[in-house]
Design a binder for this molecule. Structure first.
Ligand code: PEP
Length: 245
């Protein structure tokens, strides 16, 4: 049985005090949410303060990125996986489409970051998804398969089970345009089948695949009814505790 995950990506929003206030507000709202795992991803500067505030609660804290290196060194601006763990995180988002589009995170970089996260015992939430042009050209599955092949290159089935995938069609992120539950289910089923073919049936059936792209209180129930959707990665609607809960 795959336990669903509802993860909130706060992106580059919230000063430390705002992040702690939002986490404090969320805590009682999800205290009884035993049916799913709750994860929030504040910006780097707020990770430690939020993790301290949430200690002992059922909310996991995630970073939004990490360095591909596993050794400390001269990498100005980068944050190593053990530093993220040290700040109280259990998860890390990797390969978000904004990082791919704006900061040069290629599939090869994503692969190195996944290895680094696994090395430090962090759960990677690995984002994949096609652009609108790629979908309109009928290439959505091909693009996602290529992202999977390169991002998960040379990982073992037991490593893949430790990953969470997030299918986030780029055209649905921050646009208010959600994939229909049918469109999302079709891609999630394709991804699970791809994992079964490239790794094994256990990895495919245990792997949690989240949907992301304009998920809101109004559409989450329909999306969650789809057989292969195991939760959501939520951007905009996660910034406010009430709507996220
Ligand atoms: C995201 O940032 O991963 C995301 C899906 O954003 P939004 O929910 O705002 O579309």
């Amino acid at each position: 049985m795959r336990k669903p995950i509802i993860a909130g990506n706060w992106k580059m929003f919230k000063l430390i005090s705002d992040a702690v206030a939002a986490a404090t507000a969320l805590k009682p709202l999800v205290a009884n949410a035993n049916h799913c795992e709750v994860v929030i991803a504040p910006p780097f500067t707020a990770l430690k303060a939020v993790a301290d505030r949430l200690e002992g609660s059922n909310i996991h804290v995630s970073a939004q990125d990490l360095a591909p290196e596993i050794k400390h060194g001269a990498h100005t601006g980068e944050v190593c996986g053990d530093m993220i763990k040290d700040a109280g995180c259990s998860h890390v988002i990797i390969g978000h489409s904004e990082r791919r589009a704006m900061y040069g995170d290629t599939d090869a970089v994503v692969n190195r970051k996944i290895r680094a996260a696994l090395h430090f015992g962090l759960t990677p939430i690995v984002c994949i998804g096609e652009t609108l042009d790629e979908r309109d050209a009928g290439n959505a599955e091909k693009v996602v398969a290529t992202q999977l092949a390169q991002s998960l290159a040379e990982l073992t089935a037991s490593e893949v089970i430790r990953i969470v995938l997030a299918y986030e069609p780029v055209w649905a992120i921050g646009t208010g345009r959600t994939a229909t539950p049918e469109q999302a289910q079709q891609m999630h089923a394709f991804i699970r089948q791809w994992i079964a073919q490239q790794f094994d049936a256990t990895a495919a059936s245990d792997l949690r695949i989240l949907y992301g792209g304009s998920v809101k209180p109004e559409n989450i129930s329909d999306l969650m009814r789809a057989a292969d959707i195991d939760g959501a990665l939520v951007g905009g609607a996660s910034l406010e505790a009430e709507s996220f809960s």
